[in-house]
Write a protein that binds this ligand. Structure first.
Ligand code: ATP
Ligand code: MG
Length: 582
């Protein structure tokens, strides 16, 4: 490919609306162009990268025994009603109507469709197990499309679905996929961590995510991990043990109500009462799918909202507004505001009974402090079963913190940021049961399939690779997913000798299967070098003045090291590196 013909336009500046490195770099280096919010054109360079990732995914999925198919992007409402998700999938599901007023949606994921395919085609135990996958564009009307390809509304995903007869069969396939994923990301030049995670809206019980660890804002997930053992988990799932020694028994001899004026925060209350936060039962008001939920947790700890939502069952959670709290108080005969709320006497709101969930941290507190729904007052020296009852639901709803102890080995946990590039779920019968997707077993009895599903964000993986491989001058693509392996740069196109040597190298490289660009533009050398760095060719072969001594300069973008060598040697290094990719 000649640079003069390559469809690419690099920009002088980073785009002003981009927050993270991969978004900035991919726009500036001419890989993507925004069409509308969260929707991007993949220009030729980008498309080459995406196809490479797709091919690696394909090779490893096929090698793992999965079979590729392609399902439609538009899906009918009826199947989503069968699974029950038409109602519960929120606004991310892009719904539309056809000319006959039939309701449809743009596929955000394909459990319903694949399950309908399976129930039509997999009727006997003799056909199982099976794993089917596709690589396709998905659409999700994300609340906050941002970060370019990392969180788009339209994005490319590989989604695979397995059908087994037993839980053991599913677990074996799950492990098979975990191994395939590890190979895929390694081949893409990415270091990933496989972490335990919450199963979320897709459902099921066991799931893991593959995270690219990054210390930048692009990592939307907090990952807790232990250096002493293999424990690692997304913050929405991480559990930790608390170090001992916290003061959890108050000094009050008797329970009493005391004045605590203007203590709206835990800090203010601690200052006023001269106690540590560990003696306070903090009460937070949440709305889960319209229903009121109170969360009780020790004053020094934070609630993990996904855990709380799972504890009560729901698909959407948010903290209540001041107005809602006021209404809730009035409805139950109180006048308190934030800072003074407590579980006692709160019965209903919004037409629902109020559910109270206590975190395990409050269970062992004695002579504690708690809100009693009276403004500027708190109960102190309170105890469960005496002044106030321990709620029926006591479970872990706490956000882990770095420094707390590993649940497996007891050593301090660490935290880092991660980009989720793939995940694997054990779905069980979550879709097969409601959709009546069954096969006949050895005894001729109908049984629902035991399913698993396995996703990889193809476009997100490309962006994550940029987050992991760049410097201030541009991208440093890993060789396996670079749009081209190498660029040959004649410093002066007017110099016949330079052009002759550059062309020779170009032809040799092409002949040996290298994907190569020659920068034939009549541009200043500085412009060519800048573009080569920005676009991120893994190798650059620079043909300049030293050709009079028979040498070219060979640059490896990963290290930016330059070495003078014979043209044949430079070509040889590239050809060997490509050969070793396989
Ligand atoms: P997230 O928590 O980041 O929203 P998810 O749990 O919704 O991801 P899945 O529904 O399991 O993700 O999708 C499988 C894969 O698709 C993810 O691991 C991720 O790599 C990718 N993916 C999901 N949402 C997006 C998006 N909005 N833009 C780009 N890639 C995405
Ligand atoms: Mg999502």
């Amino acid at each position: 490919m000649k640079m003069s013909k390559l469809f690419v336009q690099t920009l002088r500046e980073f785009p002003s609306d981009a927050e993270v490195i991969s978004h900035k770099m991919l726009v500036r280096a001419g890989y993507i162009r925004k069409l509308t919010s969260g929707v991007y054109n993949y220009l030729p360079l980008m498309w080459r990268v995406l196809k490479k990732i797709e091919n690696i995914v394909r090779e490893e999925m096929d090698a793992a025994g999965a079979q590729e198919l392609l399902m439609p992007f538009v899906q009918p409402k009826e199947l989503w009603e069968e699974s029950g998700r038409w109602e519960v999938y929120g606004k991310e599901l892009m719904r539309l109507r056809d000319r006959h007023n039939r309701e449809m949606c743009l596929g955000p994921t394909h459990e319903e469709i694949i399950t309908s395919i399976a129930r039509d085609g997999l009727k006997s135990y003799k056909q199982l197990p099976v794993n089917l996958y596709q690589i396709q564009s998905k659409f999700r009307d994300e609340v906050r499309p941002r970060f370019g390809l990392l969180r788009g509304r339209e994005f490319i995903m590989k989604d695979a679905y397995s059908f087994d007869m037993t839980q053991e069969g599913l677990e074996k396939e799950y492990e098979n996929m975990a191994q395939a994923y590890t190979k895929i990301f390694k081949r893409c030049g990415l270091n990933t961590k496989m972490v335990q995670s919450d199963s979320g809206a897709i459902g099921g019980s066991v799931s893991h995510e593959f995270m690219v660890i990054t210390d930048t804002d692009a990592g939307e997930n907090d990952v807790f991990y232990c250096d002493s053992c293999d424990y690692s988990a997304n913050s929405n799932h991480a559990i930790s043990k608390l170090p001992e020694g916290a003061k959890i028994i108050g000094d009050w001899k008797n329970a009493q109500i005391v004045d605590t004026p203007e203590t709206h925060s835990i800090e203010e209350l601690c200052d006023f009462l001269k106690i540590p936060a560990t003696l306070i039962v903090k009460t937070l008001v949440y709305i889960v799918d319209k229903k009121p939920v109170l969360a009780l947790i020790r004053g020094d700890k934070q609630v993990e909202e996904t855990k709380l939502m799972n504890a009560v069952g729901g698909s959407d959670i948010r903290i209540a507004t001041a107005g809602e709290i006021e209404e809730m108080m009035a409805l139950n005969g109180f006048e308190a505001e934030k800072g003074f709320i407590g579980p006692k006497g709160l019965k209903e709101y919004n037409g629902y009974e109020i559910t109270v969930v206590a975190d395990e941290t409050v269970k062992d507190l004695k002579n504690f402090v708690i809100g009693i729904n009276q403004k500027d007052k708190h109960g102190v020296g309170y105890n469960w079963g005496k002044e106030v009852n321990l709620p029926q639901i006591v479970t872990d709803i706490r956000l882990a913190e770095a420094g707390e102890l590993c649940p497996q080995c007891g050593k301090p946990l660490k935290v880092t940021r991660g980009i989720e590039v793939g995940n694997i779920f054990q779905l069980g019968t979550k879709y097969s049961k409601p959709m009546n997707a069954v096969y006949l077993d050895q005894n001729g009895k109908a049984q629902p399939y035991i399913m698993g599903c396995y996703g990889i964000g193809i476009s997100r993986t490309a962006a994550a690779a940029v987050e992991a491989h760049y410097d201030e001058h541009g991208i440093k693509w890993p060789l396996a997913i670079a749009p081209y392996h190498v660029i040959v740069i004649p410093v002066s196109t007017k110099d016949e000798e330079q052009m002759r040597v550059a062309n020779d190298i170009y032809i040799t490289l092409k002949k040996h299967g290298a994907e190569v660009v020659i920068d034939d533009r009549d541009e200043r050398a500085g412009v060519k070098f800048k573009d080569a760095d920005l676009i991120g060719f893994p190798y650059q072969i620079i043909v300049g003045k030293s050709i009079s001594e028979g040498n070219v300069e060979f640059k490896t973008r990963e290290t930016d090291e330059k070495t003078a060598m014979k043209p044949e040697e430079a070509a040889e290094i590239v050809i060997t590196a490509i050969h070793n990719l396989k």
